[in-house]
Design a protein around this ligand. Sequence first.
Ligand SMILES: [Zn+2]
Length: 156
Amino acid sequence: MAIRVTCSGCQRSFQTADKWAGRSTVCPACRAALVIPVPHQQPQSVDDAWGPPIQATIPQALFVHHHKTSGDAFQSGFKASLGCIVAIGISAAVVFGGCVALSVLLRPQIQRANEQQRQQAQEQFDAQFRHNMELIHDEQEKEYERLQRQINRSLR
Ligand SMILES: [Zn+2]
């Protein structure tokens, strides 16, 4: 069976005998160096056409894929839990900071409210005291007037 050869130099094709397969020669037209190709019917060519044996590649690919996947799963799981911990930490810090800030911000207001309450109580007490004193004064005055009237009556 003949082998068809195409020259890479001049692109001309010609045929040669099977027995020259794999041999080096020169193009009869342009004298460029050529290698007579090995026909596809030969087992070596079948392997080349099909690529490496399937049995050799698939388990390796599966193993690599599985190994990689489990590694990735572990890594992503680790990253996820790390992210979770970081998020919880940040949340706790924000809550704590918020409480501290709130107490700092509210302290003057609370103090002011307490002061206002104290002042109000003082004012209420003062007002009540003044009222009581006025009442006493009035009563004293009335009593005085009554006594005065009695004295006036007795003097008549
Ligand atoms: Zn040629």
